[in-house]
Design a protein around this ligand. Structure first.
Ligand code: SF4
Ligand code: SF4
Ligand code: SF4
Length: 368
C-alpha cells in the first residue's frame, strides 16, 4: 500500500530516481538551487520530464486503483518516481498536433492503444482544461495541482456518455472510478508531504536562532506578511507551527532597533513551513508561489529604494515600508488588482488586505 507515512524526506532517501523520459533543458538559474541567496545564474542544465497530458491523468488513475508506488506501467511508474524524487522538476506537456505546434510533437510512440484520433483528442481535451498549450512546462508539483484543480473526472475526457463510433470507444477504464478515487486522495498521494518531525525540528532550531540573532535576515515582502499576520491577530498574537512570522515580530517588539538585513529567497521565517524544501531552501508553495514572491520582493525593494543585502534598524525599515507601501494592492495585487494567470494569483483582497491596513495603522505594535 502507498503508505501515508511516506514523506518527501523518506522518499528522497530511498533514491528512486527515474532515468528514462528525462531530457535536459537550458534553464536560467536552475542549478542555483544549492544557493538560493545567490543571484540567479545565466544558464544551467536541468532535467525535464517530457510527458503526454493523458499520462498525468493515468498516474492519478493508477494511484486510485492500486495505491502503490508500482503503477503497473513502466512509463507511469517512472513519471511518479521522478516527480517524487524532485517535485519541482519541470514537467513539459507534449502532444501530437496537426499544425503550428508541430515543433513539439512527441510522435505516436507513447500513444495508448485506442487509436491516433482518440489519443489526439484526449490530450487536447486535457490541455484545454489545464489552460495550457503544447510545449508548456511547469514545476511538476504545480502541474499535478493544476490537473487536480481543473480535471476532477474522466467523463468526457477518457470516455464519452455515448459511443458514437468504434474510433470513439474511449479508454476501457473511463467508467471505473479509479481516477476519481485518485483525485480524492489529493496531491499528497502523488507527492508525499514534508516530514512532520523535520518541520518540528526546524521550528525548534530556527526559533532559537531568531531569538539569539543580532541581525534578522528577512526577505523584503515578508515584512509585509508579518504585517498581515499581526493585523489578523492583534488581540491574540502568538506563535504558529507553520512559520516564524510571530517570532520575527516578537524579536522586533523586544528590540525595535534590531538590524534587519534584506535577503534573497526564503528567510528566517520559512524553515518550519510545509512548502519549504530543506535541501535547496526553495519554497514549493502552490501555483509557483516562488515566482510571485520574487516579484513581490523586488517590488518592495524598488519602492523602498533598497537592495538585497541592505541592513536597517527594524523601526526605520517599517517607517519606510508603511510610508511607501500603504496597501497590499501595491505589491501583492500587482498595483492594479488584476489576476492574469493562476501563477499570478493575488493573496487576499485584490483591493488590499484589511489586516495589513490595521497593522500599518498600529505601526506593527512597535513602541515609539
Ligand atoms: S480512464 Fe484510462 S486514460 Fe483515463 S486516466 Fe484512467 S487509465 Fe488513463
Ligand atoms: S497579502 Fe501579501 S503581504 Fe499579506 S500575507 Fe498575502 S502575500 Fe503576504
Ligand atoms: S510559503 Fe514559502 S515563502 Fe511562505 S513561509 Fe512557506 S516557504 Fe516561506
Amino acid at each position: 500500500m502507498m503508505s501515508e507515512r511516506i514523506t518527501r524526506r523518506v522518499f528522497a532517501k530511498a533514491g528512486a530516481m527515474a532515468t528514462i523520459g528525462l531530457t535536459t533543458l537550458e534553464t536560467a538559474g536552475a542549478m542555483a538551487s544549492q544557493q538560493p541567496d545567490a543571484a540567479p545564474q545565466p544558464s544551467a542544465k536541468a532535467n525535464t520530464l517530457e510527458v503526454r497530458p493523458y499520462q498525468l491523468m493515468c498516474v492519478v488513475c493508477r494511484i486510485g486503483q492500486r495505491q502503490t508506488e508500482e503503477l503497473g506501467d513502466a512509463r507511469l511508474t517512472e513519471i511518479l518516481a521522478a516527480v517524487r524524487e524532485d517535485p519541482k522538476i519541470p514537467a513539459r506537456l507534449r502532444l501530437n498536433t496537426e499544425s503550428v505546434y508541430r515543433y513539439q510533437n512527441p510522435g505516436p510512440q507513447e500513444d495508448s492503444p485506442e487509436g491516433e484520433m482518440f489519443n489526439a483528442k484526449r490530450d487536447l481535451d486535457i490541455i484545454q482544461k489545464l489552460g495550457l498549450v503544447p510545449g508548456d512546462a511547469r514545476p511538476a508539483i504545480d502541474m499535478f495541482e493544476r490537473l487536480l484543480l481543473n480535471v476532477p473526472a474522466t467523463k468526457g475526457v477518457c470516455g464519452y456518455e455515448t459511443v458514437t463510433a468504434d474510433t470513439w470507444q474511449g479508454c476501457p477504464h473511463a467508467g471505473s472510478g479509479n481516477y476519481e478515487k485518485g483525485h480524492a486522495l489529493g496531491i499528497k498521494a502523488i507527492i508525499p508531504p514534508r516530514d512532520e518531525q523535520e518541520k518540528a525540528d526546524f521550528k525548534k532550531n530556527t526559533v532559537a536562532a531568531i531569538y539569539q540573532a543580532e541581525t534578522l535576515q528577512i526577505r523584503p515582502h515578508h515584512l509585509m506578511c508579518m504585517s498581515c499576520f499581526f493585523g489578523a491577530r492583534m488581540d491574540n498574537l502568538g506563535p504558529i507551527k507553520e512559520d516564524n512570522l510571530f517570532e520575527a515580530i516578537d524579536a522586533i517588539h523586544k528590540n525595535p532597533d534590531i538590524p534587519v538585513t534584506l535577503v534573497r529567497g526564503t528567510c528566517m521565517i520559512c524553515p518550519p513551513c510545509s512548502h519549504y524544501e530543506a535541501e535547496t531552501k526553495f519554497c514549493l508553495g502552490g501555483r509557483s508561489m516562488a515566482l510571485r514572491d520574487q516579484k513581490k520582493d523586488l517590488d518592495v525593494l524598488q519602492k523602498l529604494g533598497l537592495k538585497y543585502g541592505d541592513t536597517l534598524p527594524a523601526r526605520k525599515l517599517y517607517e519606510l515600508l508603511y510610508e511607501r507601501v500603504p496597501s497590499t494592492r501595491d505589491v501583492c495585487g500587482y498595483g492594479d488588482g488584476e489576476k492574469r494567470a493562476p501563477e499570478w494569483s493575488i493573496c487576499g483582497d485584490p483591493e488590499g488586505k484589511e489586516t495589513y491596513r490595521k497593522a500599518r495603522a498600529a505601526n506593527l505594535g512597535i513602541k515609539s
